[in-house]
Each structure stands twice: as C-alpha cells, then as structure tokens.
Design a protein around this ligand. Structure first.
Ligand code: FE2
Length: 421
C-alpha cells in the first residue's frame, strides 16, 4: 500500500536526518512570506503556501502517525478532512478551488501543527520498522514535490497581483551567451528504461522494461528565449498549420501570444521572475510554455519533442547536476559553454511527446496511497529532468512528472529532438 518502489536498507538515522532537512527546507521557503501572502490562491491549479505547509504535514499524520504510532493524539481531528488533497478513499476533502478561502486555521496554528507532527515523527521514526520507514521516505518525497509547488504557486500569485512583488531578491540576469545548439546522436537499438535503484523511486517509474528505439538525436541544450522570439516573429501564434487542433483552439480562446509571464512593453519584452519583473534575457532557456507551445515550436523548427524513453536513454550521457532549488536562483540560466548534453537536469521540466500512461506490468497499489500516481494516467503528458525549483535530491533519470497539455505555470521548457537522417 505505497506509491513508492520499496527500497531495502534506508536506516533510521538516515531517514531521521532527511526528515529534519526536508522539513527545514519547507520552512525556509515560507520564511519570506507574510501570513497574508501565504493565504493567496490565484488560480484553481495553484494552492496557498499555508495549505502546502499543512497538507504535507497531514500526509505524515494520515499515513504514518494515525494508523501506526501508538498513543498518537491528532493536533486537530478536523484537519483530517480539511487538508486532504484528492484521496477519495479517505473521508472527503474540500474543493481544490477554494483552498485560498480559509483564513482559519491561522498561519500560527498551521505552524504549531507542523511542530506537533514533527515531535511525534521524531519519536515514531526512532522505532519504526522498515516498511514504515519506506512510507516516511515517500512522505519526504511528497513534501519535496510541494516545495516546488510553493515556489511556482507564489510566483503565480505575485504575478497576478498588479504590484508584481518579488518573492525573493535575486541577482540580475546572467549575461552569459548560450553556445550553439548541436545534435547528439543515438543509435537504434533495445534499451532499458524505468527505475533501476538503488534508492527511492515512485511506483509510476516501474517496472523497468525494455524498449526498442529507432535511431534518434536530441539537441545539446534547451531552446532559448531568442529562438522562441524568432518563432513569435515568424507568426508562430498566428499560423494554424503549426498547432495541434486542441492547442490552436486553446491559444485562440485564451488569447496567448507568448509564454506565461512575458509582457511586451515599448522598451521590449519583460518577464516576471521570483525576483520581480526584468528584461527578457535572450540566452536563457524559454520557460513557462505549455505542451501545445512546445509542440508548435518544434514543428516550426522542423523537429519534434523527444519521447520519454528517448529522453531517459539520452540522459545517461548527461551529468545529473544542474540549476536546482539549492542554487536559490529560482530562475533558469543560460547553458554553459561545455561539450555534450547540457541542462538535462534542472532549469526546466522538459515536455516529452509521451502520454502519461502505465508502464507494462504496472499496477497501482490497493488503498488510498494507490491514488498517489496511478489515477492520473489519462490526458496528461510526461515531463522530465526537474527544474530550478526542484530539490536536487528529488530528481533522477527515471522520474516522470506529468501535467495536462495546457499547463504552463510550472518551470516548463523545450528541448528539440528528431529522427536520425
Ligand atoms: Fe500532495
């Protein structure tokens, strides 16, 4: 009854240390925000920071402390309902769209809830058997997912506010120049994809299995703002032949003519960042584009997006390092002038051409935790590689993120791929 692939051998001390570290990072991310900031929900897709603080705590209370910790007394029994996100096999939850309507419990009370659960978890982990340590590890990876959402959701909230406040002071855009994009070739053949261990993985990354791939190639770096500006200048948003049917209908209805957070002013394009508005930097990767836009750009560029299997095979030639949450930049950075595959990890989640579906042999676990990943395997696309808001320890080559094709408030970008000529 877990959404993770069981991994033997994570010690109590290691999980305890990870627990303290992960919970501290969440507090660090909330620290610049006032109680009013932490209540804002600027769209149905996004959630208030205060809700993220409470819901990640609810996860440990619901799946570990209440069923397994002898003598545990809940902080407030009403929170079981209030901070459930989408687990239908539990006793219901509020509508997602109204999470920002709750001024109570106050932020101070949510912070006290976190401390209450942290104290109980400290005692609980000290004597937890291996299967419950694995559940705790799942809870930590769940909290890391919400750390990224804290950043992307407050960015959206502050962009929605006409004052355009900054979440964090951040450095000026880097003047670095991205190197030319080149093709990296991969031979046709049979490859293995999926979680290979050791270490944590979500259930949707398994079973590891064989795939056959025709010869393909992927671009050495992400698509830049300058390249995306060429697409816009070439009438990219006005040419139906470049767009999927759903995508064309969507951009017409929504009035899109540029990525999210772009604004055209007399002085040129501006972009909203976690540090406020700034001039668009041409050599930074294009960011906050939907699948529809990524796909249309690729078609305009006489290329395509990689499948998730191609991406995973290619990633074996890349270093699992990059611009992650820990850089505190909270923004994309130009590709370094280095040979080989760059920016595969960090900066932006890369849209793939693959629908988010089950791997051969996958079965969602029984019980509420089986709802973690499996029930979303419809109408979503897979994204790979993590972003500048992803904790470095959260990402791996087999990681499958997924969003519907119109979503673009996450740090989402484009890497071109193609068949080998
Ligand atoms: Fe969650």
């Amino acid at each position: 009854m877990r959404a993770a692939v069981p991994q033997p051998g994570a010690s109590i001390e290691s999980i305890q240390a990870q627990y303290r570290d992960v919970r501290a990072v969440t507090r660090h991310l909330a620290a610049p925000l006032s109680a009013e900031d932490q209540m804002v929900q600027s769209s149905t897709e996004t959630s208030p920071t205060k809700w993220h603080l409470a819901h990640t705590t609810w996860f440990f209370e619901t799946f570990l402390l209440l069923p397994h910790a002898r003598g545990y007394r809940p902080f407030d029994e009403r929170f079981t309902y209030l901070f459930n996100s989408y687990y239908k096999q539990l006793d219901g939850h509020p509508l997602r769209a109204i999470r920002g309507a709750f001024s109570r419990p106050a932020l101070a009370e949510v912070e006290a809830y976190r401390r209450h659960v942290d104290a109980a978890m400290e005692d609980f982990l000290a004597q937890a058997p291996p299967d419950q340590l694995e559940l705790a590890e799942l809870g930590l990876h769940h909290e890391q997912q919400h750390q990224e959402l804290i950043v992307t959701d407050i960015k959206h909230a502050f962009w929605t506010n006409p004052l355009r406040p900054a979440y964090r002071d951040s450095s000026a855009p880097e003047a670095a120049v991205a190197p030319p994009s080149t093709w990296i070739d991969f031979a046709a053949g049979e490859y293995q994809v999926g979680a290979s261990g050791p270490g944590f993985a979500f259930d949707n990354e398994s079973p590891r299995h064989r795939v056959y791939l025709p010869a393909f190639r992927v671009a050495s770096r992400l698509v830049t703002n300058a390249e995306y500006l060429d697409f816009i200048a070439d009438g990219g948003y006005q040419r139906p032949e470049l767009w999927l049917s759903d995508g064309w209908d969507h951009i017409r209805a929504a009035g899109w003519r540029a990525p999210l957070y772009w604004e055209e002013r007399e002085t040129g394009w501006q972009v909203f960042t976690c540090g406020g508005m700034r001039a668009l930097a041409p050599h930074e990767p294009v960011c906050h584009v939907s699948y529809y836009e990524a796909d249309a750009f690729a078609r305009w560029a006489n290329a395509r997006l990689a499948t998730e299997a191609e991406w995973e095979v290619a990633s074996a030639r890349a270093v699992r390092d990059g611009n992650f949450l820990e850089s505190e930049r909270l923004h994309v950075a130009p590709a370094p002038p280095a040979p080989g595959l760059q920016q595969m990890f960090g900066d932006v989640w890369e849209w793939t051409a693959s629908p988010y579906v089950a791997y051969p042999g996958y079965r969602a676990a029984a019980g509420a935790l089986g709802e973690y990943n499996g029930k979303f395997m419809c109408n979503q696309l897979v994204l790979r590689g993590g972003s500048c808001a992803t904790p470095a320890s959260h990402i791996r080559a087999s990681y499958r993120n997924f969003f519907p094709p119109h979503a673009r408030w996450q740090f989402m970008g484009v890497r071109l791929a193609d068949d080998r000529p």
